[in-house]
Structures are given as structure tokens and as C-alpha cells.
Design a protein around this ligand. Structure first.
Ligand code: BEZ
Length: 209
């Protein structure tokens, strides 16, 4: 299997989930999507991660982003575990979890890293754009829970820069200054950003989005 890279078409699949059978591309429609894997049901870090995603699901919704989780456990385990997540994390899991028992999706997306663990999926994240191209990949080990607020921050950057000649600097958050792409001339920058920009260096020009 070729490693999925930025810009690649997100592979389509049909899979069983806690919200019924899902055809991935149909389910995405024209929305942005986040597909993320976790190593296993009934494990502590994964319990906190899925609880956290449920708690901030409205932030994904506001951005037009559909969220879906995956592990290679079976559907009945997923349903029992959801009760534990809801109870211990004081939330209500409100997004589908794929039961990828035959590892079909995990293999399609390279979510099993045999030198880390040959049975469980690692903590993969794929952010998928509205044309179903992969916009970001992240891989965390089983021992490290992800920061889902960082995923929201990346989505803000991806959505802001999708149709503007801008990029976002280190630690950027929504509302802060962006940088003008180096490919944009000063002439063009004046037209594109009529409120002006600050030229710190010829290659480092800051402006409000
Ligand atoms: C966890 O989610 O806590 C976990 C899962 C697999 C290995 C280690 C930790």
C-alpha cells in the first residue's frame, strides 16, 4: 500500500458503524471531514479522546466538518464502550465509530504500523477537504492522547487559506495576523489586501485576514 499523502484522494469504502452502514464518500457529501483511528475500545486514553471529541462536536459542526472514528473492534464492543465513555466523560457520543474488524479501512489508510503494534491501529488523523482530497495527516502513538483543539485550529487555517493567498504562522489562532504568500508581489498584495499589510522583511508580510 502506498502511504497516503497530502492532496491524494481519500480512499472510498463502505463500512459498518455505530450509526449504521456508511459509504464514506456519500457520507462526506460536500463537507469537510475528519477520520481518526484509535488503538482499541475499553482503553483509558481512547476513552478520554472520544469523550473529548463528543464534547467539542459543535465546533466541528460550526465549521461544516463531519467527524468519524475507527478501530478494529466489533460493533457490539463499540456500543458497550460508548456507554462507558458517556458515563465517565460526562458526554454523549454523537458521531459514528467504524467497526473495522476485518481491518479493511485501517489497511486502506495505513493505520496499522506493524513495528509499533501489529494488531491495533495507531492514532491517525486525516482531515479531508470538500473535494475529498487529503489536507492533513497526523500520526500519534498509543501512549499519547491527541489535542483535538489543535485539529480545530488546523481546520481554521485550512479553511481560511483554501481560497486566499495567505498562510498562517506558528501558533496562529483564528482572528490573528496571517502571512502573505511569497508568490504574491507587493503590487498584487496592495490590491488583494486593501487595508494594508506590514512588511517585516520582503518575504515576511503580515496582514489581517
Ligand atoms: C489507551 O487508549 O489508553 C491505550 C491504548 C493502547 C495502548 C496503550 C494505551
Amino acid at each position: 500500500m502506498k502511504t497516503l499523502q497530502l492532496g491524494d484522494l481519500a480512499p472510498d469504502f463502505t463500512a459498518n458503524s455505530t450509526l449504521g452502514t456508511i459509504n464514506f464518500h456519500e457520507w462526506l457529501g460536500n463537507n469537510w471531514g475528519v477520520l481518526f483511528s484509535h488503538p482499541a475500545d475499553f482503553t483509558p486514553v481512547c476513552t478520554t479522546e472520544l469523550g473529548q471529541v463528543a464534547k467539542i462536536k459543535s465546533q466541528f459542526d460550526e465549521r461544516g466538518v463531519k467527524v468519524i472514528a475507527l478501530s478494529v473492534d466489533n460493533i457490539s464492543d463499540h456500543h458497550s464502550w460508548i456507554k462507558d465513555i458517556n458515563e465517565t466523560q460526562q458526554t454523549s457520543v454523537n458521531f459514528p465509530i467504524i467497526a473495522d474488524e476485518d481491518r479493511k479501512v485501517a489497511e486502506l489508510y495505513g493505520m496499522i504500523h506493524p513495528n509499533a503494534d501489529d494488531k491495533m491501529t495507531v492514532r491517525s488523523v486525516f482531515i479531508i477537504g470538500p473535494h475529498k482530497n487529503i489536507k492533513l495527516t497526523l500520526t500519534y502513538p498509543a501512549s499519547t492522547g491527541r489535542n483535538f483543539q489543535e485539529i480545530i485550529r488546523v481546520i481554521d487555517s485550512l479553511q481560511l487559506t483554501a481560497n486566499r493567498k495567505l498562510a498562517t504562522p506558528a501558533n496562529w489562532n483564528q482572528g490573528e495576523e496571517c502571512v502573505i504568500l511569497p508568490s504574491v508581489s507587493n503590487e498584487e498584495a496592495k490590491k488583494l489586501f486593501p487595508k494594508g499589510y506590514e512588511e517585516v522583511k520582503p518575504y515576511l508580510r503580515l496582514t489581517k485576514a
